[in-house]
Design a protein around this ligand. Structure first.
Ligand SMILES: [Zn+2]
Length: 283
């Protein structure tokens, strides 16, 4: 079970890993905490399209369906409302009723219910900084960690279904400076200009995340790209995500990286499989 803040996050964070497991016959379900209602249109081709602007929530629902199909995964909405990315100095207050302002007993209860009904062996989410400092991403982290802990405890949320213990919890480490540095260097070596130099420099001082798990998934980069393109209002087909020449990516960085945050099973680090140490047969 992959818990994400907005529709489109599942396609930019760990998407090829999910597509790989789904292709291997693992049931994979994406949970989107919010509907992405406050996302701007980031694709310049659709930015002034009145049909899109009139009904963003419906567009984003349909984009999400197409992305899930491309990845071969199941999908469910947790049902909260996008908090938007506050901008300005000072930052404006978050909009009333949004996901990031919901009390934890409400949001955690909702995710515990999903966990107890889907019964995942492994969960993925973002690190405590949200991976990216959007209030919904930080909230997604807090809710996921709390729900991971609560789902197996019969005393917590007794009305949310039979307790279910999830074996492992991972944080996505997709946007590591090492990855963009390696890809940038490979582009320079091939006489190409890397668009990532400034991005890498800007992140040079950030503490590195601990990568525990590298999942081979280059075969599924096309599925990931198809899923990204399905989010037509959110992804510029000539933007950041499509600036990496795919042959370079396959050669230099054929994996997606993860940080094992909690484990209730024995596993030896580093791993190459999110299911390492997890029992094979579901009870
Ligand atoms: Zn997001």
């Amino acid at each position: 079970m992959a818990v994400h803040a907005h529709p489109d996050d599942e396609s930019s964070k760990g998407a090829a890993t999910m597509a790989r497991y789904a292709a291997e016959g693992v049931r994979v379900r994406v949970v989107s905490c919010t509907g992405g209602e406050r996302g701007d249109v980031l694709n310049p081709r659709l930015a002034h399209d009145p049909a899109v602007l009139d009904d963003m929530p419906e567009y984003r629902r349909r984009e999400m369906e197409a992305a899930a199909r491309a990845l071969g995964v199941e999908h469910t909405w947790l049902g909260f409302v996008d908090s938007g990315l506050p901008e300005g100095d000072p930052l404006p207050p978050l909009p009333e009723g949004c996901f990031a302002l919901q009390p934890l007993e409400v949001t955690v209860g909702a995710l515990v219910k999903e966990i107890r009904s889907f019964r995942p062996q492994v969960m993925t989410t973002y690190n405590e900084e949200g991976g990216y400092p959007h209030p919904d991403h930080i909230m997604c982290h807090r809710v996921s960690v709390a729900a991971f802990e609560a789902a197996g405890d019969p005393d917590q949320f007794p009305d949310a279904g039979e307790p279910w213990v999830v074996d492992k919890l991972y944080y996505d480490v997709g946007f590591s400076p090492e990855r963009f540095r390696a890809i940038g260097e490979a582009m320079h070596d091939r006489g190409l200009v890397s668009p990532f130099d400034d991005w890498v420099t800007a992140r040079a001082d950030r503490p590195a995340r601990t990568v525990t798990t590298r999942v081979e998934c280059a075969e599924f980069f096309e599925r990931r790209d198809e899923a990204l393109r399905a989010h037509a209002t959110q992804i510029d087909p000539e933007g950041f995500f499509f600036m990496i020449p795919r042959d370079v990516e396959r050669d230099v960085w054929p994996v997606e990286e993860w940080e094992l945050a909690r484990s209730r099973v024995q596993t030896e680090l580093p791993e190459d499989d999110l299911f390492a140490g997890v029992r094979k047969v579901r009870s």
